[in-house]
Ligand binder design. Structure first.
Ligand code: VJV
Ligand code: CA
Ligand code: ZN
Length: 412
């Protein structure tokens, strides 16, 4: 009825395990794994399962996670729960990893920036260990589909956790599945391009490869001196002048596109297509990893951009057109119904011969139609127009200056 077809000679794999849906970071914590439930409902409602191969993810192994992360950190993550946290904190080699206390810290931090305080960015919650190794396992299985030439595009919406560091959790991210994936890819592909359209800077991935000329990282993100609360937008890195570690062979292989609040579709498209296009031409990647954080959408609870779902999806289309092996990952996204809309639309763009889905959500086929109904929830449309709730600080001349500067950087 919705005309879903399986593209010939183009294989897409979708990696997921529903166990991640039941996780709770805490009552009012912005990260809601049930956004993945809503995404699944839309994907199945539109019948996209017929256009791709779906795989049940299995947990990553401890050894796989150790290819990037510190062994003590991995051991801690594999054992931690609200019940075991206090005991693990007493272990001397874990105590060494407690971050220094900063003035004005509202929550007590334990080892590796983890905490049982409900207000923490990286709380310890029930089932957490399972959750972390599952989203990582899904990304690694997706990666394997590409490196063994079994898929052209592989998708894991539960992955894309770009802030995690080697031995520290950060910004809702614990295991950096992206870094682990790229490490695997480097065994097969000469060069990997990482593109990050989450509203936050992809600092963990950039840092991991800052000395590595075979990986180019390119992040688009909100960045500015200060926001209305007097704080820097998280994580506060990713300036235009940040281009990889100076004095190493990795210099010039990181690119950052800092963006002011309220950017609109047209401006975002100009930035994304100019810079990504030039990066692809200059770097000539053998494969691409695209982190599709949906907090760059208008109306996001944490984001500050005004872009619509169609433009977010155009970024996926633009990258897909290169025809290179492509890993598509999730990331941020804090207005759950819109995260589901965007990621369902992007699943369709990856499959279904790139055809657009009908704007009318098949409400009779989704288990929780009320999540998408009513004026406040987008009136049953897949592409509701977001109200522009952030003042547009972006001026054309400034965008042009940024494109020019990054173009110069790509001449190295
Ligand atoms: O801005 C920050 C850091 C603080 C210290 C810790 N407090 C909790 C918040 C301010 C400076 N953290 C950011 C992290 C954003 C992570 C984005 C992740 C991704 O999308 O890039 C990829 C998945 C931040 N912004 C908003 C919050 N934290 C926040 C955290 C909460 C919260 C409300 C807002 C944690 C718990 C609860 N409410 C109950
Ligand atoms: Ca980003
Ligand atoms: Zn984000």
């Amino acid at each position: 009825e919705y005309g879903i077809t399986r593209p010939k000679g183009h294989k897409v794999s979708f990696h997921y395990n529903s166990t991640v849906e039941d996780m709770h970071f805490g009552k009012t914590h912005p990260m809601k794994p049930w956004r993945l439930t809503l995404t699944k409902h839309l994907v199945l409602g539109y019948g996209l399962q017929y256009a791709m191969d779906t795989y049940e993810a299995v947990a990553a192994g401890i050894d796989q996670v150790r290819t990037f992360h510190d062994p003590d950190y991995v051991e801690f993550l594999s054992q931690v729960s609200p019940q075991t946290f206090d005991k693990l904190c007493q272990v001397p080699r874990f105590r060494n990893h407690v971050p220094a206390k900063h003035e004005g810290d509202s929550v007590d931090l334990g080892p590796f920036n983890l905490s049982t305080s409900p207000g923490a960015d990286c709380p310890v919650f029930d089932g957490m260990s399972k959750y972390l190794f599952l989203y990582t396992g899904a990304t690694l299985a997706a990666t394997n589909q590409l490196t063994t030439n079994q898929s052209d595009i592989a998708i894991n919406w539960s992955g894309g956790l770009h802030h995690a560091h080697k031995s520290e959790a950060s910004g809702f991210c614990y295991i950096n599945d992206i870094v682990l994936s790229i490490i695997d890819m480097l065994r097969i592909y000469p060069r990997v391009l990482y593109i990050d359209i989450d509203v936050h800077h992809g600092d963990g991935v950039e840092e991991a490869f800052q000395r590595q000329p075979r990986v180019m990282t390119l992040s688009y993100h909100r960045y500015g001196p200060y926001d209305d609360t007097g704080h820097k937008f998280f994580p506060g890195t990713g300036d235009l002048s940040d281009v990889g570690l100076k004095g190493t062979v990795g210099e010039h292989f990181a690119l950052n596109v800092p963006i002011g609040s309220g950017i609109d579709d047209r401006q975002y498209r100009y930035l994304f297509e100019s810079v990504t296009g030039k990066a692809i031409d200059a770097f000539k990647p053998s494969a691409i990893v695209l982190q599709c954080g949906a907090d760059s959408l208008g109306g996001d609870r944490l984001g500050q951009f005004n872009i619509n779902i169609k433009q977010h999806g155009e970024c996926v289309n633009f990258v897909k057109k290169t025809g290179l092996p492509l890993l598509i990952l999730g990331g941020g996204g804090y207005t759950a119904r819109n995260v589901a809309r965007a990621w369902c639309h992007e699943t369709a763009l990856a499959t279904n011969n790139g055809a657009h889905l009908s704007d009318k959500i098949p409400l009779d086929l989704v288990p929780r139609p009320e999540a998408f109904m009513g004026r406040a929830h987008g009136d049953g449309q897949l592409f509701p127009k977001f109200q522009k709730d952030h003042r547009n600080e972006c001026v054309e001349s400034d965008l042009e200056m940024k494109v020019k500067k990054l173009d110069e950087e790509l001449k190295y």
